[in-house]
Design a protein around this ligand. Structure first.
Ligand code: SF4
Ligand code: SF4
Length: 191
């Protein structure tokens, strides 16, 4: 019968040699491989007692930043949502009312801002697209949960605290190259 592929092999039914029959050489060979690995540097760590150091550019849970005066920087322009390849970001824009200048930096702000962490692939495109330095990815890990609903993070989780000592430090992500790029007024979204 003609085979569909040329990968078929003829099974050999040859008799075992004495060495193969007593299995000892194969057992010693296996033990020597195991012993060799005893003296190799371990690739694993005892988490959570030991923790690996993250790369300075690790992309974890997002933060919505405030400015120096504690006002929300986000102006609900939607550029992060448009840039998001996973369609993980949704928002609702609202107009700032007189007397709210201490809360929101721009005339328009995000009344609702949500990121679905189950959709997010932590690519960092939202951070790159933002013209207001409002959204950053941080070195914080998104906590594991048993249900889907709590993975939709709203402003209550995303916006950083007002207290200066509780703010989320993102200076590691604001590299010279990024800052230079964001000052380039040739790009419409930097104006
Ligand atoms: S990190 Fe990427 S996938 Fe996640 S919200 Fe931002 S743009 Fe979307
Ligand atoms: S791009 Fe920045 S300012 Fe615009 S909606 Fe997203 S986080 Fe807010």
């Amino acid at each position: 019968m003609q085979t569909l592929t040329n990968r078929s092999k003829v099974v050999s039914n040859k008799k075992m040699t004495f060495g193969e029959w007593i299995y000892l050489p194969a057992i010693f060979k296996g033990m020597s491989i195991t012993l060799k690995h005893f003296f190799k540097k371990k690739a694993t760590i005892n988490y959570p007692e030991e923790q690996r150091e993250f790369s300075p550019v690790y992309r974890g849970q997002h933060v919505l930043k405030r400015d120096e005066q504690g006002r929300e920087r986000c102006t609900a322009c939607g550029l992060c949502a448009v840039a998001c390849p996973a369609e993980a970001i949704t928002m609702l824009a609202a107009e700032r009312k007189p007397g709210e200048e201490h809360l929101y930096r721009e005339e328009k702000y995000a009344a609702k801002y949500e990121i679905n962490m189950l959709r997010c692939i932590f690519c960092g495109d939202c951070e790159e697209a933002c013209p207001k330095e409002a959204i950053f990815l941080t070195d914080r890990i998104v906590e594991a949960k048993y249900q889907r609903k709590p993975f939709v993070y709203g402003k209550d989780i995303l916006v950083e605290p007002v207290d200066a000592d509780k703010r989320i430090d993102v200076t590691k992500r604001q590299t010279q190259n990024v800052l230079k790029f964001k000052q380039n007024k040739r790009f419409a979204h930097n104006r």
